[in-house]
Structure formats: C-alpha cells, structure tokens
Design a protein around this ligand. Structure first.
Ligand SMILES: Nc1ncnc2c1ncn2[C@@H]1O[C@H](COP(=O)(O)OP(=O)(O)OP(=O)(O)O)[C@@H](O)[C@H]1O
Ligand SMILES: [Mg+2]
Length: 318
C-alpha cells in the first residue's frame, strides 16, 4: 500500500522565552498514513495533537526528524516551495477557523482555487458549499455564521483544491452530534469514493472509532494504535517505544482496577506480567503480549510477531 505521509522520529520543542522552560511537545513520533486511509488521533489536552498535525502538514517545522509527503521530504523544502507544496497536496481544517473575515463564504472557498490559478472555480465552490449544507449562506461573512457553520465552511475551504490528504484538528469540535456525523459522512464518502487520505484529531470517541486506525498520543508520543472492529478483549495496542499499554477493560477483567506496575518476564512465546505486589504470575485471559519476532518487509526491522502494523515504519502486515 502506498504511504502518502510519513513522520520519522519527529521532535518538536517549543523554546521557552523570558525564563520560561522549553516544552517538548513531540518526542520521537513515528506515524504513517497510507493512501485512502482514515486515521484518527486522540489524546488528552496538551498531549501534542495540534502540534503533530501542524508539523505533519508543514505548517511548523519540527526541531528534529523527517517528514515525507508523497515521496517529497517536506522538512528539507525551502519555505516558498513548502507553501506551494501544501497548497497542491494538503487540505487543513483547524480548531480555530482560518476564514478571511472580510470575504463572503463563497469568496473564502474560492480563494485557494484562485491562488492556485484554477479556472472556473465557481461551480466547484457551489458544489462544496451544498455538500456541507451552506449553499444558502454563501453571501454571508464569517462573523455572520454560527460556530458549527464556520466549521463546515472550513471543511469546504480545505477541500477546494482537491487535496490528496486532509489534515484535521477537531473538525467537528463545534458541531452537535447529528451535524458532526453529517460532516464526517461527507468526508468518509470522499475517503471511500475518491481515496482522500485523512488524519484527523478528535475528542469525539464516536468519530475516532470510525477510522481505519486510531492513534493515541500521550505526552508527545504515539502510545498505541488501535484497529477498527478489533475484538474487545484482543490486545492490539502497540507502542513504538516498546511500551505495552493494557486497555483498562482488560485490567478490570483480571481484577486490577487501579494503575498497577508490572514486572515482565518471558515464558515460551508469551510475556508473563507480574503485578509488583503479587509474587505469582497472573494469567491474563487474552494473550497479552508477543515475544517472538518477525521482520518488516518494508523497513527490514524486527517487530513482535503478531503486530498488525510495523512499530517502526507503520507498514501494514497482510
Ligand atoms: N507555540 C507554542 N509555544 C510554546 N508551547 C506550546 C506552543 N504550542 C503548544 N505548546 C505546548 O505544547 C504542548 C502540546 O500542545 P498542543 O497544542 O499540540 O496540544 P493538543 O494535544 O492539541 O491539546 P488540545 O487537546 O488542548 O488542543 C502543550 O504543553 C502546549 O502548552
Ligand atoms: Mg489542539
């Protein structure tokens, strides 16, 4: 499967000014997005989600690491080329609307097409505005729209240049459940019919679980990947740093309702987990973790045998 976007060992440090300390917002993130894939990103406030989306889309530069978009190393592009590259390949929808206040909705949606020199942008504009339910409001300015309408307008703007990749930050954050689902259905149709690749930050669990893959980010690190439709008690959360995250439901199943520290030791092709307060190993119903290894055909690095995605390069195993 073609990889359309990849981040390798990306760090972002916001340097503290006037005696404020530095903030390490991303610490060695590896992410890959395949063509036509819909990936959601979840995580607590401050975990680095907006930073990740901004760095992946070339809106801010990482402190270290490399980002590839459709084979181009965007981290090496000079600013002017980067701006042009973004315009041609990427669409963004952000938490804070980036509509131009003086322009009408129609003019806002048309603007990126005009900048890109597209001919006859009006039809496409009306099509997009109809798709997000805002055709009737096309003569209104952003200040005359509700939060939800602004959000939908931002989606229309992001799609105006037919991007191959859509990067979204709380696309549906301001919307009620029904409208949020409508906007997502529209995006999912584009994803399925036209192969739009999407990486979308969301706090909405209902939306996150509709994705092909859900990335959980914590303290600037991608902690786990969870596949859609995975069995409830199947352990499939993988850390790129070799960290094992045991889902809360599973911990509750074996009687650990609070945070417990485990000792880990190999036993056959399993790892046995010992809660630090208990001397005998605990049999965990679902096979917990895998010790045996295999080689990723994409990056040739070693990964645990049963992982579905390579923990180094994100390659999906068939
Ligand atoms: N421009 C900046 N300068 C300094 N620190 C920043 C800057 N932007 C973000 N941060 C810090 O980096 C960390 C990650 O921020 P980020 O905005 O990526 O989090 P987030 O996961 O998107 O949070 P939220 O869910 O609240 O939107 C936070 O600790 C934040 O305070
Ligand atoms: Mg954010």
């Amino acid at each position: 499967m073609t990889i359309v976007l990849a981040a390798h060992d990306v760090f972002k440090i916001y340097e503290g000014q006037q005696q404020r300390t530095d903030v390490v917002a991303l610490r060695g993130v590896n992410v890959e997005l395949h063509a036509g894939e819909f990936v959601s990103v979840v995580g607590p406030s401050g975990s680095g989600k907006t930073t990740l989306i901004s760095v992946l889309g070339g809106l801010i530069r990482p402190t270290a690491g490399t980002i590839f978009v459709r084979g181009t190393t965007i981290t090496s592009l000079p600013t002017e080329k980067l701006v042009q590259f973004r315009r041609e390949h990427l669409g963004f929808v952000f938490q804070i609307s980036n509509l131009v206040p003086m322009l009408t909705l129609q003019e806002n949606v048309m603007l990126p097409m005009k900048i890109a020199g597209k001919k006859n942008p009006k039809n496409r504009t009306l099509e997009l505005l109809a798709a997000v339910g805002l055709k009737e409001r096309r003569k209104h300015r952003p200040a005359q729209l509700s939060g939800g309408e602004l959000q939908r307008a931002a989606v229309a703007c992001a799609l105006s240049n037919d991007p191959e990749i859509l990067l979204g930050d709380e696309i549906t954050g301001e919307l009620d459940t029904t409208t949020a689902q409508e906007v997502m259905d529209f995006l999912k149709d584009l994803n399925q019919d036209q192969g739009l690749s999407m990486l979308v930050v969301t706090h909405n669990e209902q939306i996150a679980t509709q994705a092909d893959r859900k990335l959980r980010i914590m303290d600037g690190t991608v902690l786990t990947q969870r596949l859609k439709d995975a069995e409830e008690d199947e352990l499939y959360e993988i850390s790129g740093k070799g960290r094992i995250t045991i889902p809360e439901e599973l911990r509750q199943k074996v009687g650990f309702e609070r945070l417990v520290k485990y000792q880990v030791s190999p036993e056959g092709d399993h790892l046995l987990l010992y809660p630090s307060s208990v001397q005998t190993p605990v049999a965990i119903a679902a096979e917990p973790v895998i010790k045996t290894e295999k080689t990723c055909p994409a990056c040739s690095r070693t990964v645990p045998k049963q992982v579905v995605f390579c923990i180094h390069c994100g390659n999906k195993f068939s």
